[in-house]
Unconditional design. Sequence first.
Length: 260
Amino acid sequence: MSQQKPNECNESISSDEIISEAKRIITEANKRQIVLRSLGGVAIRVRCKSSLDKSLRRRIADIDLAGLSRQRSGIERLFRDLGYSPGFNAIRFERLIFFDSQKRKVDLFLDTFEMCHKLHLKYRLELDDATLTLADLLMTKLQVFEFTEREYKDVTALFIDFDVSAQDSGNTINGKYVAEVCAADWGLWRTLTLNLDRLESHLSNYLQDPQRQAIVRERIEHLRDFVNGEPKTFRWKRRAIVGEQVKWYNLPEEPMTNTV
């Protein structure tokens, strides 16, 4: 029998158990007036019915959350009370790691989400309940430079289930906000538009139904219209001159963790 390493997630825990635990954490946080919102696979499963389709369903290994740095002490107390031990994060202050006795892992971002690109969430967390807004959730996926099957499936599910509009809504993706963020950051714009192209070209791998493919393609094009039509900032234009001659993204490493 192989021995599990101290900081490995327990692969025997089902996706449904992970989702149930995430809901338990957020429910308790709400009772304490602590702002926590889910992202990643948990949020996609909660928001997108299509994520349950056979071709789009995927395993959820851990719990990804976002919170506010000003509530850090309350967050740490919350997880301690729920039976979690903190992990040591040697990379940056804005990210916390927790494990429980079953080796369920919580990855928690404070104020910002930073992987291949940096997204500011501080003033966006209370716009929706339980999860990030659909626009922010979409951007956390489209900012991944090394787009994997996980991203293909999650973004496809988002576009199947939700149209693109010009406002934050529980039922639409705010394309105007996505465009504004991209207009200030050439690197994010480049990765996001590259991934929209990738998604469109590989769509048939994940969707067989021509009608559903057409819906996704239409919504991709609608988002492109917002992004292309948004006036770009001076910073964006200055960076665009250099273009892809200089690397415009990061390839994040898994944070160093050690349960205490």
